[in-house]
Every structure is written in structure tokens, then in C-alpha cells.
Design a protein around this ligand. Structure first.
Ligand code: ATP
Ligand code: MG
Length: 609
């Protein structure tokens, strides 16, 4: 309360009044003292002027024997002119300042020798005054050549002091009244000033608390009114700016939280500042909140998890203050990590590191499978080429080779050429399927006829290997729609695998079952079977379970890849069940409503014919 503006204004008024009254009182007291003093000196100077009759009379009296009492009488007769009274007396002293006669017979004998008396004793006038002393006095030295005396007038200043006290009393009374008036005036004035300020302060507090709903209510045309308008405007500007910033911040927060890349932010000490949803998922942390694992998760811990060396990162990072480290394999994924410096406060020293972790597994896998594919293609083509080259070189080197050997070599070269041609043919089929440039011939066909045809085609080959090829599908299977020829290729590829990978004399069965949405065809054999670990990769290009054994069987690992592409294009599905050394069941599901459309067929046919 005592610090408030209200109190200060009242205090200022009170202090002002006290100072003013003190100044007025002091000036009046000082003025009265000075006036009294000056008037004493002026009265004495006039009375004792050299050519005045008083001096003449007093000097004449010196010639008489009883000059002292005569001079006393003369001075008494001049009492009015000299102002002699209760507080002012005259004295006649001898040349050595000793009291002779005077108006105050009591004080006279013990009269102190003042500087003015001393001056008169030295035959000079004694007129010097000190208005602050207890008295003022005036001494005149008289002589007629024979006798000498000093006429001395002394005033106790009691009158001046009494006047001063009266002035002081009046001043004090005025001060009390003045102070009362000042307090009342100051109270109302300060109220008039402080109420708008209070209103503005309340509003400023509301703004600080984030409440921009109300305006300051000061209806005056003075500076406070202007201040109020300015604050209202300022509040609107702040509100707009904060709204914009909040909206921007929300956008960034949403982006940060739901970004598909993992974002982790560390402060200048490498301690965790922020981590988004994806980053929590990447590092196996809880979706919300903090657990123990996260408490120790700092920059070094993250780098250690990613298998990154702190020195390598800082070395790459130091020049540009950012760097990207690609293809970090973490938790079965290929990650690209971007490190970038950022400032998180006005203080330049507060620079942290933001890490954006992008999952690049798809690209990485694609690159990897492309590289593997190129290597597989080269390898698959080089094998027959080497064989052909060997045959040709042998025949060139030995022109006299027996006919039988020549025939063998030529037969082998022909086999390898066919093998190469088959591989190239398969690759072309796959490439067309990849580029969606396959010329589909969509038709609706009888499923039994379709399977019978495959059965007929494969019977000869099966017979050659001593296999029993059987069919177990009913005669009334619903018809299918799709590219009949390509679908036959699918089943042929599967049956030919069974023939190839079943030891001679095996059993192979072709079955089919209608379901609500399509037909499931199954080709089962009692062959070598497929190890469980190889099953997921069976449909990859050039993937073979046992390369040595399967290439003896003439396989290049493209058959099932083509199967999958054709079945997928029809909207179907293909899967395997196999037990090693017991046999394999290969299933193909084909929907009645194929996903291939007439539009696919028409547009593709045009470009491919
Ligand atoms: P291609 O079919 O191109 O001539 P391939 O038969 O070797 O060559 P896929 O048909 O794609 O290639 O088969 C891939 C691999 O799957 C084969 O190499 C073989 O190891 C294995 N496989 C496929 N079917 C069977 C099966 N019925 N029994 C045992 N293994 C099989
Ligand atoms: Mg095959």
C-alpha cells in the first residue's frame, strides 16, 4: 500500500506543503530579523549623526563636572527618538568603558564590554551588527578635548524574537491546515490518476495470462486515454501475432508428430529434447511418456544403437554443420540419417542437433535385388555361353574329330542355345509383365478343358520320368475368365517343377476345387520337397533351392517368378506347402472375376502386336 502511486502522490503533496511553509516561515523570520536590525541601525545613525543636535548637546555636556548625569538626562529626553524601552537601554560609560549612568541601573554596572564598546574605546564608532546574536548595540565616542565618554545603546532583540515566535506559530498553524487540505486534494487527484492506471494494469495482467477478450476502459482525452488506446491496439497486434505463431507451431507440431520419418532432437549437451512418434517406433520406445530406456537415450546412445562412430559423424558434420549418412542397417531396415544443427534459443551458444531418420529399406532392397538380378542374369547366360564356346573351340582345334563326337558337341551346343533362348524368353515375359506391356487375351473358358489340356501336354514328360500323373478335379468346375494361354503356362510351369524335382517313378496329382469367389488349383507331388527357409523366397527371380542340383535339372529359377506375376495380374494368389523329402503342394487361386479388364487387354494389345 505504501508503495502505491496513491500513497506517493499524497506524500508528495504533504512534503511539498511542509517545505513550502517552512520556506515561507524561514523567509518571514529572517526578514523580520533583518528589518529590526536595519531599523535599529538607521534610528541610531539618524539620532547620532555628526551634525545632529543630540551629538552637539552630549558633547557640550562634557565641559561640565557632572557630565555623566547631564548626558544621562539628555539621553532620557531623547528616549522616544532612540526607541528606549523595556528591551532597549542607553548607558554612559567613561573612556575605559566603565559604567557611569544609564537607563538600566541593574545591568549597567555589569555591562559586558562588547566589540562595539571596544571600538569606541579606541575612539572609533561602534556600529557593527550581528543579527543572530542575543543583542544588537551601538556605541558613540564623545570628547571635547578634556573629558571623554562613550554613549552606548543596547537592544536585547527580545521584540524581534517575540515577532519571530509569532511568525513560527502562525506558520505551524497554516501548515496543519495546509496539510489537511493537501491530503484531501492529493487523495482525490491521485484517485483520478490511479484508477485508469489500475484498469490498464488489470488489462496488462489479463494479456500476460493469455486473455485477450477485454479492452482497457479509460475514457479520457489525456495521456492516459492515449496510453489506453495504444495498449488496446498493441493487444490486438499481439493477439494476431500469437494466433499466427500458434497456428504455425501447431502445423509444425502435427508435422513433427505424424511425419513418416523419425525425428529426434538433442540439445547442446546431446540430451534428448524431442522425439516423434516414428522415432519412438524405430527405437522401440513407448508411444507416450518416458520410460527408463528413454531417460538414458542421448545422442551417443542413439549413435551407438545405429552402429555409428561418434568421431566419424562429427568429422563429416563439422564443416557444413549438417551431413547425411546413408544405408545404415538397423533392425533389418536400411536408414538414411540426416544430422543438422539448429538454434533453440536467442543465445547463439544454444545449438542442438536434429536427426531425421528416413527408412530407405524399399529403395535399398530394390537396389540390392537389381544388383543381384544383373549378377544372376550374367551368371545364367555365361554358363551356356562357356559350354557353347568350349564346343566350338574343340571343333576348331580338332578338325578331324570323329563324327560321333562332333555330333555330341553340336547337340550340346544346340541344348545350351535353347537353354539361353529359354532364359531370354522368360526374361522377356517377365519384363513385359513388369512394364505392364503383356498382350493379354482375355476370354472365358471351361476350367476342366483348360486343366485337361495341361494334363495332356505334361503326360508325355511325366511318362518319360516314370511318374504317375493323375487328375482329381470334378467335371463340373465353373468357368474362369482370363488369359487362358498364360494361365496354362502357369500350371505347366508348376507341373514341370514337380516332374523335375521328384525322383523318377513319383506321383503327381492335379486337383482343383471351386470356392465362392474362385477356383483353387493344387499340384501335389511326392518329390524332394522344399526346405522351410527357402519357401518365402521361392518366387524371387533366379532363386533356386539347390543351385547345383536344379541347374542339372535344367532350371534357371524363373518359372515360379513368371507364375506369380501372371497369377497376381489376374488378381489371384499362389502359395506353397512342402515337407522336405516328402513332397510339395503348390496352390494357385484364380478368381472368377479377374482383375484384368478389357481396357488392359485392348490398350496393351495395340502396343504389343
Ligand atoms: P525354371 O522353372 O526357370 O526352368 P526352376 O524350376 O529351377 O527353373 P522355378 O520353377 O522358379 O525354377 O523353381 C524355383 C526352385 O524351387 C527350383 O529351383 C526348385 O529348387 C524349387 N522347386 C520348385 N518346385 C518344386 C517342387 N515341386 N519340388 C521341389 N522343389 C521345387
Ligand atoms: Mg521351374
Amino acid at each position: 500500500m505504501y508503495r502505491g502511486l496513491h500513497f506517493k502522490i499524497i506524500l508528495i503533496f504533504v512534503v511539498f506543503t511542509v517545505v513550502l511553509m517552512a520556506a515561507v516561515g524561514s523567509v518571514m523570520i529572517l526578514g523580520s530579523y533583518t528589518y529590526y536590525n536595519d531599523s535599529f541601525v538607521s534610528t541610531m545613525n539618524t539620532a547620532f549623526s555628526d551634525d545632529g543636535e543630540l551629538i552637539g548637546a552630549l558633547t557640550d555636556a562634557l565641559s561640565q563636572e557632572d557630565y555623566a548625569s547631564r548626558q544621562g538626562d539628555i539621553l532620557r529626553s531623547y528616549s522616544g527618538a532612540l526607541g528606549i524601552g523595556d528591551y532597549r537601554n542607553y548607558y554612559v560609560l567613561d573612556g575605559q568603558g566603565r559604567f557611569l549612568v544609564g537607563s538600566d541601573a541593574v545591568l549597567g554596572p555589569s555591562l559586558e564590554i562588547t566589540p562595539n564598546i571596544v571600538s569606541a574605546m579606541a575612539h572609533n564608532g561602534g556600529t557593527a551588527q550581528n543579527k543572530w546574536a542575543d543583542y544588537i548595540d551601538y556605541a558613540v565616542y564623545l570628547t571635547d578635548g578634556t573629558n571623554e565618554s562613550i554613549v552606548y545603546v543596547r537592544d536585547s532583540q527580545q521584540q524581534a524574537r517575540a515577532f519571530g515566535r509569532m511568525v513560527l506559530r502562525i506558520t505551524a498553524q497554516t501548515l496543519v491546515i495546509g496539510m489537511a487540505i493537501a491530503i484531501v486534494l492529493a487523495f482525490f487527484l491521485s484517485k483520478a490518476i490511479t484508477s485508469p492506471i489500475r484498469s490498464l494494469t488489470a488489462m496488462a495482467k489479463q494479456i500476460a495470462a493469455g486473455d485477450y477478450s477485454e479492452n482497457a476502459d479509460v475514457n479520457s482525452n489525456d495521456e492516459l486515454g492515449t496510453l489506453s488506446d495504444t495498449i488496446n491496439n498493441m493487444k490486438d497486434v499481439i493477439k494476431t501475432t500469437i494466433d499466427q505463431k500458434t497456428s504455425e507451431q501447431r502445423k509444425f507440431e502435427t508435422l513433427f508428430v505424424y511425419l513418416n520419418d523419425a525425428v529426434v532432437v538433442f540439445d547442446k549437451y546431446g540430451e534428448l529434447m524431442h522425439i516423434n512418434r516414428m522415432a519412438r517406433k524405430t527405437f522401440g520406445m513407448p508411444k507416450h511418456g518416458y520410460n527408463e530406456d528413454m531417460q538414458s537415450f542421448n545422442l551417443s546412445a542413439m549413435l551407438a544403437r545405429l552402429g555409428l562412430d561418434y568421431m566419424t559423424v562429427t568429422e563429416k558434420y563439422k564443416d557444413e554443420r549438417n551431413c547425411v549418412i546413408s544405408d545404415i542397417i538397423y533392425d533389418g531396415k536400411a536408414l538414411d540419417v540426416t544430422f543438422a544443427e539448429f538454434r533453440y534459443s536467442e543465445d547463439k551458444a544454444n545449438r542442438g542437433i536434429m536427426c531425421v531418420i528416413h527408412d530407405n529399406t524399399d529403395r535399398y532392397e530394390l537396389d540390392k535385388s537389381r544388383r543381384e538380378f544383373v549378377s544372376d542374369v550374367s551368371h545364367e547366360l555365361r554358363t551356356p555361353l562357356t559350354a557353347i564356346q568350349g564346343a566350338v573351340e574343340t571343333m576348331q582345334e580338332y578338325p578331324d574329330l570323329p563324327q560321333e563326337m562332333r555330333t555330341n558337341l553340336l547337340g550340346m551346343a544346340d541344348e545350351e542355345c535353347k537353354r539361353m533362348s529359354r532364359i531370354v524368353g522368360d526374361l522377356l515375359v517377365l519384363s513385359r509383365l513388369d512394364n505392364k506391356r503383356t498382350a493379354w487375351k482375355i476370354e472365358t473358358f471351361d476350367t476342366c478343358d483348360f486343366l485337361d489340356h495341361v494334363f495332356e501336354v505334361m503326360s508325355v514328360d511325366a511318362k518319360n520320368h516314370g511318374h504317375t500323373l493323375s487328375r482329381g478335379y470334378p467335371d463340373d468346375l465353373p468357368s474362369l475368365t482370363g488369359d487362358k494361354e498364360k494361365l496354362q503356362q502357369v500350371i505347366v510351369n508348376i507341373v514341370s517343377n514337380s516332374i523335375k524335382y521328384t525322383p523318377d517313378g513319383g506321383r503327381i496329382a492335379i486337383d482343383a476345387k471351386p470356392t465362392e469367389s474362385g477356383i483353387v488349383i493344387c499340384v501335389a507331388d511326392n518329390g524332394s520337397g522344399i526346405p522351410e527357409k527357402d519357401i518365402p523366397r521361392l518366387f524371387e527371380r533366379f532363386y533356386r533351392v539347390d543351385k547345383a542340383r536344379t541347374s542339372d535339372a535344367g532350371g534357371s529359377g524363373l518359372g515360379l517368378a513368371i507364375v506369380k506375376e501372371i497369377v497376381d495380374a489376374h488378381g489371384g494368389n499362389v502359395w506353397v506347402q512342402s515337407v522336405l523329402n516328402e513332397g510339395t503342394k503348390m496352390y494357385v487361386y484364380l478368381p472368377y472375376r479377374t482383375s484384368l479388364t478389357d481396357a488392359d487387354a485392348a490398350s496393351l494389345t495395340k502396343t504389343d502386336i
